[in-house]
Design a protein around this ligand. Structure first.
Ligand code: FAD
Length: 508
């Protein structure tokens, strides 16, 4: 533990509670630095909960010769799966060959590299499918005969952020949500940083030896606003939207479809009853908090998937959409989809004894841990080394079971809570892993779970999210700590909002 003495400067202050900020906080505090993180809204409320939710090498990036990124990302798949096997699991992707688009040899070559670049051990290799007799061919239009099937992983993105924050806090980091960095200035050898509580409006000042700007799509805004800088314009904001429709197929694999415009679109099993389709790529201007899927993007995704699926998809089938902004490094690429997905770190040392600043541009959920390692190299240069690299093996909270042991975990829970519904236990195990036992401590019967807000979301689960995962609103619970917003109705959501408000009042 690195508990902070009152008013003592932190070693590192991190702006932003997305995957990068929380990953850096965890790594840094585990090495012995004192860490404070400020997130202006909820954890993962920025780009990190709006992704396609893949831990993937990025097959498409091979076309842009991003071999460094692809190799690093491929290597992270099994590593992240092993430290968080509850919220990450393998997923097979079916890539149908489409006449007139990328030729078979090119797909084969890409997948050969994909299989061999990243040190794959547990994930199964690529194989060829005959869609005329494989169940994956059933929902597709006639005419698709060959496909390639390869491995990547699925991740619950918003929970990955919350678990990194939880682990960082357990190791002694101060994690502040609903806390905006409104000003940061260099005074002597320290940063003086003004933090505003975005609920009460209260301001407090803290100091730090080093500042990390992990504000994602707001990275330039922080430089312009909180630091009064006029020189920074490194980020290229690229919007990506998804649509969610009722499920289009009944197996557990995903599809990756090629479009005539050279782009690709995923269709992925989602939350049991749905299919997730995405994504788009278009330049974005304005406040990233205001991004939403446009009708044009929705029509594009419907049409792209409609090229492949037999069952027609209409606007009425779309039950939910979401949109996020990629904070890419502006490498001058002409098209949004060609801008590099790799991360770029900029260390700005002050003059003389002035403290340093690390700005983060780009990055993927998949590479957050590697990005944090690279940030630590810069931290060491700026303020001196503390501990060593350590994040490759210790599990994230709830992930302390074998990567292939998920079914055993569910069976163990069912044996200890025989009166609870097995489907509920399975859902809890997917979200909380071994921490399900903490969540259910004191529960024996379904009644002990308390109020049910719908879809099995209980008072007991919400209390856990509030006490251990910083959930403060119904939206935090329904759309980030879980995705039960798709299943809980308006009345349930309103009841949940009241429950949370009353519980917060009691605590205050
Ligand atoms: P964010 O998650 O945006 O976090 C930045 C945080 O900073 C925000 O929460 C914000 O509120 C906070 N903040 C801003 N200003 C301040 C301030 N002044 N004070 C305090 N806090 C502040 N990657 C993958 O690996 N796999 C995928 O499948 C994938 N799919 C994607 C699909 C789409 C459509 C998009 C948009 C991205 C996708 N990505 C994917 C990329 C990935 O989601 C992002 O690279 C990653 O989430 C960026 O994380 P971040 O922490 O840098 O930014």
């Amino acid at each position: 533990m690195t508990a902070q003495k009152e008013n003592a400067p932190f070693d590192i202050l991190i702006i932003g509670g997305g995957i990068n900020g929380c990953g850096i906080a965890r790594d840094a505090v585990g090495r012995g630095y004192s860490v404070c993180l400020a997130e202006m809204n909820d954890l993962a409320s920025g780009t990190s909960s709006w992704s396609t939710k893949l831990i993937h090498g990025g097959l498409r990036y091979l076309e842009y010769y991003e071999f460094r990124l692809v190799r690093e990302a491929l290597g992270e798949r099994e590593l992240l799966w092993s430290i968080a096997p509850h919220i990450i699991h393998p997923l097979r992707f079916v890539l149908p060959h489409q006449k007139g688009l990328r030729p078979r040899w090119m797909l084969r070559l890409g997948l050969f590299l994909y299989d061999h670049l990243g040190g794959r051990k547990l994930l199964p290799a690529t194989k060829t499918l005959d869609l005329r007799d494989d169940v994956a061919g059933k929902p597709l239009k006639p005419g698709f005969s060959t496909a390639f099937e390869y491995s990547d992983c699925w991740v619950n993105d918003a929970r990955l952020v919350a678990l990194n924050a939880r682990d960082a806090a357990d190791r002694g980091a101060e994690i502040n949500t609903r806390t905006k960095v409104v000003a940061a200035e260099r005074t002597g050898d320290l940063w003086r940083v003004r933090l505003q509580d975005t609920v009460s409006g209260d301001i407090r000042e803290v100091s730090a030896r080093l500042l990390v700007n992990a504000a994602g799509p707001w990275v330039d805004r922080v430089l312009h606003g909180a630091m009064q800088r006029s020189d920074a314009n490194h980020v290229r904001l690229v919007q990506g939207s998804h649509i969610v429709v009722r499920k289009l197929f009944d197996h557990d694999r995903a599809y990756i479809f090629q479009n005539g415009d050279g782009r690709i679109v995923f269709a992925i099993p989602y939350e049991g009853e749905h299919t997730l389709i995405g994504t788009t790529d278009r330049d974005f201007t304005g406040d990233p908090a205001d991004v939403s899927a446009s009708e044009e993007e929705i029509a594009y995704l419907i049409s792209a998937a409609g090229e492949y699926f037999k069952q027609p998809i209409t606007r009425d089938d779309v039950v939910w959409t979401y949109s996020g902004v990629r904070p890419l490094f502006d490498d001058g690429a002409s098209k949004a989809q060609e801008a590099t997905r790799d991360y770029v770190l900029k260390l700005e040392r002050g003059t003389g004894a002035e403290p340093a600043l690390v700005n983060i541009f780009g990055g993927k959920i998949t590479t957050y841990r590697r990005l944090a390692l690279s940030v630590m190299d810069l931290v060491e240069k700026a303020i001196g080394a503390k501990g060593k690299s350590w994040t490759a093996t210790p599990p994230l909270p709830g992930g302390d079971f074998a990567a292939t042991g998920f079914e055993d975990l569910v069976t163990g829970l069912a044996a200890d809570w025989p009166d609870l519904d097995r489907a509920l236990l399975r859902r809890l195990a997917r979200a909380y892993g071994t921490k399900t036992r903490v969540l259910l401590a004191g529960v024996k019967t379904p009644q002990d779970l308390g109020l049910d807000f719908g879809a099995g979301l209980s008072e007991c689960e919400v209390a856990y999210m509030m006490d251990h995962e910083w959930a403060r609103t119904a939206e935090d619970v329904l759309w980030r700590r879980s995705k039960l917003g798709l299943a809980v109705d308006e009345a349930g959501a309103a009841q949940l909002g009241r429950f949370i408000a009353e519980r917060l009042e009691k605590v205050a």
